[in-house]
Design a protein around this ligand. Structure first.
Ligand code: ARG
Length: 588
């Protein structure tokens, strides 16, 4: 279905052509003076230069032509040459009825759907999920849903970080604490216990402790490297511990992603792709892609057009150890082999931008991907605390995701209880639903690459540009629809009548922007556009609601038209929040 701007533009184009002007001047935009008109075209001003006439004269000719169409209530030429356009009420209502009868509310599908892999997890085993991972999860999940909505075949991969020196550190720290564990007995031949020798809480405490300890004890750090090396080369006892770590950690990570309503199709790990590395290295050497620089194996990825220094892509350290780039390159090899995607998207902190730039260049140069395989890095900004510094706990430590979510839910619960909206039981169930909307909307309403301030108090407010406000609006519509159903009437398929008030007209105009907005959110991979749109939609809906006594209305035709209209508002809001990754409760 066309957007309303496209339809108006077509008409204006026709007018320009009929009057002997080039159609390129027929650019229509939403009016920047909504008090005067709904849309405007400033093309006569530009055309006047080419045709050497007064702009107002051209504008008048265009207006004269447009006036003969039934589409407009008002078209006017305004000095020095603006064209002000207002749609007829019937035409506007017609467009809204078309949106309503389309199951996608006028939104098209991708003409050339792609097979897309999206890498937006990256939790590190045995380290607690922190707020950094929160942004990957929230943004990635929303982008995945948007891409799918347009008909692409999308696979989300958690891409667990299970392959760093952190593994050796943790194993060694465990050995320092519990040297008698059977895993450390090199003579032990039997089966290892099924139960892990630690809980998730212990595991999460071990890593920071080990990391701290290693800073003061270089010999510990060296030994940890040795342990990592042994683990990576199949040491039995260490492998058994590693398996325990995986199990305990993945269970916990999955619980958290569940709470965030984030789900992955694949749970691949960095370790899965290590077997590809030796062959990859050989291939790089054989084809003269890689060379030794200061002991390390690197691939040059500089390009003549670079305006900044791009370092080479590091493949192996001088001690032969694989690095973060080599793991990502090997992952590309595996993804191409197993899934053959047209496009791979990575969602990480924007501080990893250079890493991905060098990895992508290297993958292209060495032909790990095909010429038309797209590789995209979406880098997000930092989530800051109210002090403008990266978000921390009150004590200054790294904020665990668990605690952050709990803090938000508690705040929502408090707000619900203060307003006496419902009993404790119900509030306990509803608070996490609203809390999730608060967190996700708070994040997604910002442009992805920008830093933002995580402000629990603001995000959980039921008023203003927040998730809870959007939910509140949806719940309000639901409750009107429920009351209407109690009257025993039905209206879902009623034709929507032309707007009866300025507030209703505003609501309709906002609805007309939906298909255009969602298409740009998709093309730009920009969930913040959806947030901005639904915030405006919620505002104009609430304006309409305060202005209109829907349930008390005696004219049944009017009433059912309104019910039909607000059902459309509800459905569009629900579609949007689903694309953002949260749901609305029945009550709040
Ligand atoms: N585990 C990494 C981290 O915590 C993120 C991984 C992102 N994905 C990737 N393919 N490199 O920083």
């Amino acid at each position: 279905m066309k957007t309303i701007i496209e339809i108006i533009t077509e008409n204006v184009k026709e007018a320009f052509v009929q009057k002997g002007y080039e159609e390129k001047y027929a650019i229509v935009t939403v009016s920047n003076r909504p008090d005067l008109c709904q849309y405007q075209c400033n093309g006569a001003l530009a055309a006047a230069k080419q045709y050497k006439t007064a702009p107002i004269k051209i504008a008048q000719e265009i207006v004269e032509h447009l006036q003969s169409s039934g589409m407009f209530k008002e078209v006017a030429a305004i000095m020095p040459g603006f064209i002000n356009i207002t749609l007829s009420d019937e035409f506007l209502a017609d467009f809204i009825n078309q949106l309503k009868s389309d199951e996608r509310y006028g939104v098209g599908r991708e003409q050339n759907p792609e097979k897309i892999m999206i890498d937006y997890g990256g939790p590190n085993i045995a380290k607690p999920l922190h707020v950094g991972h929160l942004r990957s999860a929230i943004i990635g999940e929303s982008i995945k849903r948007i891409l799918k909505y347009f008909g692409n075949q999308v696979t989300g991969d958690a891409h667990l970080g299970d392959w760093g020196t952190q593994m050796g550190l943790i194993i060694l720290e465990l050995k320092r604490r519990k040297p008698d564990l059977v895993y450390f007995d090199d003579n032990y031949q039997g089966e290892y216990p099924k139960e892990a020798p630690f809980t998730i809480t212990e595991l999460e405490e071990i890593y920071p402790a080990a990391s701290e300890y290693s800073k003061e004890h270089p010999e510990f750090r060296e030994e940890a490297k040795q342990v990592t090396y042994q683990l990576q080369n199949g040491h039995r006892g260490y492998t058994a511990i590693w398996n325990h770590m995986m199990e305990v950690s993945v269970t916990d990570v999955k619980r958290l992603y569940d709470a965030l309503d984030v789900s992955f199709d694949l749970w691949k790990k960095e370790s899965d792709v290590q077997p590809y590395i030796p062959e990859m290295v050989q291939y790089f050497k054989d084809n003269n892609y890689a060379y030794i620089s200061e002991g390390a194996l690197v691939v040059d990825v500089k390009e003549e057009t670079d305006t900044r220094e791009i370092p080479p892509c590091m493949i192996l350290k001088s001690d032969g150890a694989a690095l973060y780039p080599s793991t990502d390159l090997a992952t590309i090899i595996e993804r191409m082999k197993l899934f053959h995607p047209d496009h791979i998207i990575y969602v990480t902190d924007k501080r990893q931008e250079l890493h991905f730039e060098t990895v992508f260049r290297c993958a292209r140069k060495t032909k790990l991907v095909e010429e038309n395989t797209k590789l995209t890095h979406i880098g997000y900004g930092t989530m800051n605390g109210k002090d403008g510094k990266p978000f921390k706990t009150r004590e200054g430590g790294v904020m665990r995701l668990d605690n952050l979510i709990k803090g938000v839910n508690d705040e929502v619960y408090k707000k619900i209880m203060e307003s006496n909206r419902m009993d404790e039981e119900e509030a306990k169930v509803i608070a996490p639903q609203i809390g999730l909307a608060a967190i996700k909307y708070g994040d997604l309403s910002n442009q992805i690459s920008k830093d933002y301030v995580f402000d629990v108090d603001r995000f959980t407010s039921f008023e203003g540009d927040t998730g809870p406000y959007i939910l509140y609006t949806i719940v309000r519509i639901k409750s009107i629809l429920a009351k209407y159903a109690e009257l025993g009437r039905k209206a879902e398929d009623t034709r929507i009548l032309p707007a009866a008030s300025p507030a209703e007209e505003q609501l309709m105009l906002q609805l007309t922007k939906y298909n255009e907005m969602l298409t740009s959110a998709y093309e730009e991979l920009a969930p913040h556009r959806i947030c901005a749109y639904i915030y405006d939609l919620a505002n104009v809906f609430n304006g309409f609601y305060h202005d209109t006594k829907i349930i008390a209305e005696e004219d049944v035709r009017k009433q059912s038209s309104w019910i039909s209209l607000i059902t459309l508002v509800q459905d569009i809001l629900l579609t949007c929040i689903d694309l953002l990754g949260f749901k609305a409760p029945e009550r709040m």
